[in-house]
Design a binder for this molecule. Structure first.
Ligand SMILES: [Zn+2]
Ligand SMILES: [Zn+2]
Ligand SMILES: [Zn+2]
Length: 284
């Protein structure tokens, strides 16, 4: 599997367009990997992680069109991860002819939130109406935490994120060709039941992606901080959850406490992980 990061910022992007803080100003000067769009990722060319607000821009900036995407695993319904206008814009009614049917996987609460937002802001139609799905070239699948299922060539396992429970957020393990990726944003510290489930299901990851909203000088709260990511990586290594060749990447990086890319890379290197950037493609 090839994992491409389409966006690696927290909810407000980095630099925050309205912000003049030291981190945002430095990111503007440096450009390149210091410029982060809202988080989303692509596996191979057909599996999207989050129908995020910046995926259109990411697709043309990083040369990875989404025209072969058959599946979307949605982490949750927060607006920095889900822009329901894409359901319309990728439909035949908007001139997208011949695209594969989109199989959209999300928790019941996230599906409910998506449908409500869609109906309120975009259309009088209900996303949950199968006829509307037909028109939008879309099939919605409700999934729960601790489920395993197959989609195309991928085996997917879901885990409950430690994040806003009102949207029933999910984290995903994706396996194919004997390789395994864990996509872990948005979440605060992983609860024990997830660690136990990793072991029970004999998971070993080749790539781990973790929420890194808060920087080296900040405590974590509703998201992970730099030191908590370092702690999670250490525990994963100690408990044999990483393969020998495993790589761990930080994503969902906020401007308030995280320095621009080069300095964050230095911190991460001293703590056993790497920092993702928009457009980075890695092979699992
Ligand atoms: Zn987020
Ligand atoms: Zn800023
Ligand atoms: Zn969130």
């Amino acid at each position: 599997m090839i994992l491409t990061f389409l966006g690696t910022a927290a909810a407000n992007a980095y630099p925050e367009a309205f912000c003049r803080c030291e981190n945002c100003e430095r990111a503007r000067v440096l450009g390149g990997p210091s410029l982060r769009k809202r988080s989303a990722a692509l596996i191979d060319d057909d599996l999207l992680l989050d129908l995020g607000p910046d995926i259109m821009t990411a697709a043309f900036m990083h040369g990875c069109p989404l025209s072969s995407v058959h599946y979307c695993l949605q982490t949750h319904a927060h607006a920095d991860h889900l822009d329901p206008s894409h359901f319309l814009s990728r439909s035949p009614g908007y001139g997208v002819i011949g695209a594969p049917r989109l199989h959209f996987y999300a928790s019941p609460a996230t599906v409910h939130r998506a449908a409500r937002t869609f109906e309120r802001d975009l259309s009088s139609d209900s996303l949950l109406d199968p006829e509307v799905g037909e028109r939008l070239n879309l099939e919605i699948h409700r999934i729960e935490a601790f489920q395993s299922f197959s989609i195309g060539p991928y085996r997917v396992t879901t885990f409950p994120a430690n994040h806003d429970p009102s949207v029933e957020p999910l984290l995903y393990a994706i396996e194919a060709d004997g390789r395994s990726i864990f996509y872990g944003t948005d979440t605060a510290t992983l609860p024990e039941e997830i660690w136990q489930a990793f072991h029970r299901r004999r998971m070993r990851f080749d790539i781990v992606v973790l929420d890194h909203t808060y920087g080296p000088e900040e405590p974590g709260s509703d998201h992970l901080s730099a030191h908590q990511v370092a702690g999670h990586v250490e525990r994963m290594r100690e408990e044999g959850l990483l393969t020998e060749r495993a790589r761990v990447f930080a994503t969902h990086i906020a401007h308030e406490g995280n320095p621009a890319h080069p300095e964050l890379v230095d911190f991460a290197a001293r703590h056993g992980y790497e920092v993702a950037y928009d457009g980075l493609a890695v092979q699992a």
